[in-house]
Design a protein around this ligand. Structure first.
Ligand code: NAD
Length: 489
């Protein structure tokens, strides 16, 4: 049951992902999708919109008729109590028709203010009284701060237990994010080095070229800190820094991730602006085209204090990571679209190859998450010729080049995980609460002090100067993400 079935997420991600699962035989014939949204549509009109979304996403020529016949529509205002009863009737009729054994997944692809109300109605009106399993999938944002997240959690926990709640963080469905664990725990050459004796710093970048587009109203209440750092960035940090789990089960992995979030040094007062930098884009040029400043975007306050860029230095106070800075940065209207992790290893004790006043490049392991997927390892090797000089070489693994198939879309993997009842790649309440507690301290300071220098970076750049200074203070610099691209062999 998809709440918000006429929305952008349903059309761009959910319908095409279900279709690919169906094509691959991962979805049997025994399924039904109920689309719920306010608009009055007939079943036929709804099925047509599903077909259009599949065609737009991938398959223009396939025969979709059998697939879309499983889709049904229920026009329903989620705040109106009376329409849940007819939804319940529809669900139980479909259950008998397709022989579904009372198994239900409720996917809330709607604005978060409705999550609590829907969950309460599902229980009060009996939609969760089923013979099989019941699962709730919810989109971000999960609350606005730790207090609102607790409130929301309380509401949904009345209707669903923690192990029935699947909080989506679509980064956790990405192929290369899932690969972090494998690279770390399946390679004898990395795991022994994965600590403060050998790693000098870690850099996570998630940059976008797009601006806020038409999402100004939402973004004004969120900003980059809540939209990206609280969830995606901290989830990647947890995967990079966690201890090896004793088994690859949901509980064991989650418990190791939670320990990382608990070990993150909390920031308060002056420490916030020492460790974190905020930015907001001004106008600039992207692909030779003039683009407006954030404050001139639709539905944005012309004197907005909202950050569209965040850079920060995280410290994890445990035996493995004490003293290793983990730098993160994320922003809109940046020079390039890229999500990458750079692990910089410490310099060797002595440089023997200094003849031409050459400094040796440090070894880098780069995990490319998007748009290119892959891994690169930077080593030093002999420069060909008479002299013994070192030169950097790059060992590269590009995911697409090897497999020759498109990696499954994150939503496709996560939907399938949810159907199988595997919650490993979803966020547990403890992780949500810890990451909000960390981020809340930063927003408190930023909301109380207006950023006088906004806008402080030009569109089409890699963010404000202060983000570079954050690393320079420690003797580091951001590795330029475009130079490191997986296809720059
Ligand atoms: P949207 O505005 O495009 O769609 C909202 C849907 O909710 C529509 O189907 C609308 O009919 C329905 N709706 C609104 N009010 C209703 C009511 N009172 N009763 C019944 N239906 C109602 O939103 P979206 O972009 O699809 O996003 C949905 C959720 O997914 C949000 O929580 C968003 O933050 C999250 N999300 C979206 C994307 C994306 O790519 N669009 C990515 C990540 C997370």
């Amino acid at each position: 049951m998809i709440f918000g079935a006429t929305g952008d997420l349903a059309k761009r991600k959910l319908f095409p992902s279900l279709y690919r699962l169906y094509q691959k035989g991962k979805l049997s014939e025994r399924f039904a999708v109920v689309g719920v949204a306010r608009r009055a549509l007939s079943n036929e009109e709804f099925q047509l919109s599903v077909k259009e979304s599949i065609e737009a996403a991938s398959d223009k020529n396939g025969n979709h008729d059998e697939f879309i016949s499983h889709f049904h529509y229920h026009s329903h205002d989620v705040t109106d109590s009376s329409s849940y009863l007819s939804l319940k009737q529809m669900a139980s009729d479909l259950d008998s028709h397709y022989g579904l054994g009372g198994n239900r997944i409720f996917y809330l692809a709607m604005a978060p203010e409705f999550f609590g109300t829907i969950a309460e109605h599902l229980k009060a009106d009996g939609l969760t009284d089923v013979a099989g399993f019941k699962r709730l999938v919810i989109e971000k944002p999960f609350g606005h701060d730790v207090e609102s997240a607790k409130q929301l959690n309380k509401q949904i926990r009345n209707a669903f237990s923690e192990d029935e709640i699947y909080r989506i963080d679509h980064y956790l469905g990405k192929e290369m994010v899932q690969n972090i664990e494998v690279i770390r725990f399946a390679n004898a050459i990395f795991e022994p080095l994965w600590n403060n004796r050998y790693i000098s710093n870690i850099q996570l970048t998630s940059s976008e070229v797009l601006g806020v587009e038409e999402r100004g109203r939402y973004y004004e209440t969120s900003g980059a800190l809540r939209d990206m750092v609280q969830n995606h960035m901290l989830q990647m940090v947890a995967l990079l820094a966690m201890e090896p789990p004793i088994r690859l089960t949901t509980e064991e992995i989650r418990s190791e991730k939670v320990k990382v979030l608990r070990a993150m040094r909390p920031l308060e007062g002056d420490a916030v602006n020492e460790h974190f930098v905020r930015g907001q884009y001004g106008k600039g040029k992207i692909d030779e085209e003039e683009v407006p400043a954030y404050r001139d975007e639709p539905m944005v306050d012309p004197s907005s204090n909202t950050e569209t860029f965040v850079a920060g230095k995280l410290l994890i106070d445990n035996f493995r990571w004490a003293g290793v800075p983990i730098y993160i940065r994320t922003g809109k209207r940046m020079e390039t679209k890229s999500t990458k992790i750079v692990i910089q290893f410490k310099d060797i004790p002595m440089n023997l190859y200094y003849q031409s006043e050459q400094t040796l490049n440090p070894n880098l392991l780069v995990i490319h998450i998007q748009p290119g997927e892959g891994i690169s390892l930077y080593l030093n090797a002999k420069k060909s010729g008479q002299n013994v000089e070192a030169t950097p070489v790059k060992l590269n693994f590009a995911n697409k080049g090897i497999d020759g198939i498109n990696t499954p879309e994150a939503y496709e993997k996560l939907l399938f995980d949810c159907m199988r009842g595997d919650a490993t790649n979803f966020t547990h309440w403890d992780e949500v609460a810890l990451s909000w507690s960390f981020v809340d301290k930063i927003s408190e300071v930023w909301e109380s002090e207006k950023a006088e220098n906004f806008p402080n970076y030009e569109s089409g750049t890699m963010g404000p100067r202060e983000a570079d200074q954050l690393l320079e203070k420690d003797g580091f610099f951001w590795w330029p993400v475009t130079d490191l691209n997986v296809d720059n062999c």
